[in-house]
Design a protein around this ligand. Structure first.
Ligand SMILES: Nc1ncnc2c1ncn2[C@@H]1O[C@H](COP(=O)(O)OP(=O)(O)OP(=O)(O)O)[C@@H](O)[C@H]1O
Ligand SMILES: [Mg+2]
Length: 218
């Protein structure tokens, strides 16, 4: 994937995704705050109705479950998601013919809980699967390893650590945390997750980073 400048517009990126007779599952992995959801939505906007975004974060365990496990403070770490459910639904999506509905959960940041069957995937030939832990193996965290094999291709969206830090601090303060609480969440949790995710970067087919209104691709 190259261009003269090494920077592709979202339209150019979208044209590199095959829209064929078979469903194509494109993963977009990367650390928290890298812009995965934004990129997935931009690609969806370019591709139109042939594409749908299928986020991984609908597989967050419910807060009630996290409380029972004493894991509320660790929300966002690999074992605070239903990795098995995510893998099963990816497999179902692969095995289900176009035209047959597959419910997919979403995550509602306003209530901080997943919404079961938040979207229905049916006729879309391109599924943009975006989330943090798409490229992990068992060496990093158990349960996630089958994901990569269920994706046709997987990109990794990277961003410099100061950019991640600033975006995550903004998000947490906008979500109601004090500056101190936001700082603790970023240093104690988000950036530790980002370090773990970075160890999986080399398994991506392409590594992207935002550059102006486009993306630099390696
Ligand atoms: N290319 C970009 N240029 C500037 N800002 C961006 C870009 N992409 C995303 N952002 C901003 O960065 C913030 C994080 O983006 P986004 O929510 O898409 O990240 P994410 O990778 O999905 O995060 P998470 O893993 O936590 O879901 C948002 O405020 C978004 O507007
Ligand atoms: Mg996101």
């Amino acid at each position: 994937m190259t261009s003269a400048s090494g920077v592709l517009s979202v339209g150019e990126l979208a044209r590199r995704i095959p829209v064929g007779r078979e469903r194509f599952l494109l993963g977009i992995a990367g650390p928290p705050g890298a812009g995965k959801s934004t990129l997935a939505q931009r690609l969806r906007d370019e591709l139109g109705v042939v594409a749908v975004v299928a986020p991984m974060d609908g597989y967050h365990l419910r807060n009630e479950v996290l409380r029972a496990r004493g894991a509320v403070a660790r929300k966002g770490e690999p074992d605070t998601f239903d990795a098995a459910g995510f893998v099963a639904d990816l497999r179902l999506l692969r095995d289900t013919p176009l035209g047959v509905p597959v419910p997919w959960p979403l995550f509602d940041r306003a209530i901080d809980e997943p919404t079961p069957a938040g979207t229905i995937i049916r006729d879309e030939r391109v599924v943009l699967v975006e989330g943090n832990y798409l490229l992990l193996t068992d060496a990093e965290a158990p349960g996630w390893a089958p994901v990569r094999g269920l994706l046709d291709e997987c990109w990794y969206l990277d961003a410099p650590r100061p950019v991640l830090t600033e975006r995550l601090l903004d998000r947490h303060t906008a979500g109601g945390r004090t500056p101190d609480e936001a700082h603790l969440k970023v240093t104690d949790s988000d950036l530790r997750n980002a370090d773990l995710i970075a160890t999986s970067r080399h398994r991506a087919d392409h590594i992207l980073s935002a550059d102006g209104s486009g993306y630099r691709v390696r």
